[in-house]
Every structure is written in C-alpha cells, then in structure tokens.
Design a protein around this ligand. Structure first.
Ligand code: FES
Length: 98
C-alpha cells in the first residue's frame, strides 16, 4: 500500500499501487468529476500533483495532448484517470469533486 493525501482537505488514505489516481480517490470516498468515464478525453479529472509526481506512471501522448488543450494547467497537472500510482506517497490537489 501507499499513501494518498488529498488537498485542500489534507486528508490521507491508504491506496493500492497500480490503481489510477481516479480509482484511488473514488475508493477513498473522494470521487472526482468525469465526463468520459476515465478515458482521458474530457479533462474533468484534472488534478495538481504536489508531491510524489515521479512515483506516478509517466504521462503518455494522449494525456499530454489533452492537457495541451486545457486552460489552467501547470507542470504539476495530471489527468487522474491516466496517472497510475506506484509505491511512493502522493499528494494531489483536487479541483472538482463530484
Ligand atoms: S475522466 Fe475524463 S479525462 Fe479523466
């Protein structure tokens, strides 16, 4: 297990390595918006990864292309449905809960 900390509430949960951030947040009771059911197409699951970014799966081309079309992204941006947890603790800022 690894640790997932959610901002702005600063709550921490145990999370399963190999799960997407989207699935881990949902399992933690902090479900976030999705309009494409986790296919990396809508951008609604945009989060900022404040810590543990290098422990997540690498950004793939499709995610990168989607982020490029969105406003308000930064070097900390990920699509939660595309970022897979590793063994390192991660802190994410969630922008839009369900
Ligand atoms: S849920 Fe649509 S891009 Fe992640």
């Amino acid at each position: 297990m690894t640790t997932l900390t959610i901002l702005p509430s600063n709550t921490t949960f145990e999370a399963e390595p190999g799960a997407t951030l989207f699935a881990a947040l949902k399992a933690a009771g902090a479900a976030i918006l999705s309009k494409c059911e986790g296919k990396g197409q809508c951008g609604a699951c945009h989060v900022f990864v404040h810590e543990g970014r290098k422990g997540l799966s690498k950004v793939q081309r499709a995610e990168n292309e989607k982020l490029d079309t969105m406003v308000g992204v930064s070097s900390k941006s990920r699509l939660a449905c595309q970022a897979v947890l590793g063994n390192d603790p991660v802190t994410v800022e969630v922008l839009s809960f369900v």
